[in-house]
Ligand binder design. Sequence first.
Ligand SMILES: Nc1ncnc2c1ncn2[C@@H]1O[C@H](COP(=O)(O)OP(=O)(O)OP(=O)(O)O)[C@@H](O)[C@H]1O
Length: 540
Amino acid sequence: MPRQHMLWGFSEQRWRQLQHQMRVKEERIVELETENAILHLKLAECQERTKRRSREARLCALLRMRQCHQKLQRDVKEFRQSFLVLLQSYQDDFRSCLSDVMAAVQRTQLSLEALQACQSEATHLQQRLQELESRYYLEQQRRRALHNSLVELKGNIRVHCRIRPFLSFDNKLDGSASQNCPTPGEVVHAADDETVLVRCALPGRPTTDKTYSFERVYGPAASQAVVFEDLRPLLISLLDGYNVCIMAYGQTGSGKSYTMLGPHSEDDPTLLSGAREDLGIIPRAAEELFRYTLWLISENPSRSPKVDVSIVEIYNNNVFDLLAKDNSTVMSGTKFQMVSTQEGRSEVPRLTCRAVTSAVEFVGLIHRGVKLRVQHPTLVHKNSSRSHLMVTATLTTASSLGSTDPPGQALARLQLVDLAGSECAAVSGVTGSALKETSFINRSLAALADVLGALSEHRDHIPYRNSKLTHLLQDSIGGDAKLLMILCVSPGQKHMAETLRGLTFGARARQAERRAPRRRPPSPQMQKPGVGLAGSRAPS
Ligand SMILES: Nc1ncnc2c1ncn2[C@@H]1O[C@H](COP(=O)(O)OP(=O)(O)OP(=O)(O)O)[C@@H](O)[C@H]1O
């Protein structure tokens, strides 16, 4: 080496120095290699640790995943179970709903069948109804014909006789009581429902019995209701288009006003306030008339039946409009002339005619009219009516819009008449102007007797125009109009002469028959079924 280093020019020292340095370097290399080995070792350890940790982490993750999986499995299982339960309940619900629906469908099916059965039944019933309606119409025609034949058989002019009770004023007048009578002084009796018996006992002569027959005879105990019930069927003729007249005839104090109106006096007219059972024919007929109008409306609402009322009194052969009269001055009312229309009807032009909508309103008008009626006290009784009272109710149909009926068609007329008393001036004790009244009364009643006589003899000329009374009654006591006369009779001996006259008058009147029906031809509207009064079924 020394040679070498000498060759290269290094000194020994330098050589040594380099050698030292080399050794140091080698040592350092060893050191570094050791360190490197250590580091390698550490690295290997780290790597090992890292591997182990990552393995552990993976294991943990796997474990967690497994746990999750297991939990999920459990959840799925639970969910499945609850789903199954739910499904089961849904299925149950569905089954029950299905059975409900099926039941409902079945029920609907049954209902449908029932409905179809009902529909066919309804169709059948409708056909039946139509059949019945046409049969009803035919029956209705027959009923009308039968009812009319019945009324005609009984007589278009009928007489009912009513014997009033023996009253205190009869006693005062009657000094000549018959010993043969059950009640002293009472000589007129109802022998039966159709016969009046008058026991005639004249001084110095043997007692003789006279009998008179009428369609109906009422004794003193007969109530107002019984009297009305017997004439009610006659009012039904109004519905068939016939004019009807009900009049009370009889001597002064025999009970005409009582029968027609009810008990009343000038100071206390109980027409409105009196007991129901005391009501006379006029208020009862008013109720009946409105019962008919209600019934007509129920049959055919488009017909709107209407009732117009006029009230007149015939005093001294003059016609006075009681609805136009001034309350304070009794005789200040207008006198009316009568005319005959082209159709031959008797009418009083400009007569007040009030439309009434109820029986109460109707009776209210009569109440007002009756208060204005002329009355004078007579020896027989203090409230003697000195005029004929005539209440006329005209039934019309005021057809409403759309109805086929002609508007305002007059269908029938009801006349209710309370005649003034027939009397013998000597018995009633009237003088002066009252005597003149008596003469007018008797003359008009004689004219009535003439008309009835002419009718009974079937004369061609009926003297309606001989008095205002008969002229006004022309439409009600001729042709096919129905007249019912209530012959009122006092039972006392004192009135016997007048009673016998009245009974003879009544017996003659009942023979008054028309020769052949002269009914005015029914209007087209009256021929239709269910239209107009003629086509109506009479209420029971
Ligand atoms: N059936 C009867 N029951 C009870 N009282 C009666 C009956 N009929 C009449 N009267 C009574 O007899 C009296 C006379 O009756 P009403 O006034 O009715 O007679 P009238 O015939 O109308 O008389 P006039 O013609 O004079 O007016 C009255 O007091 C009345 O109350």
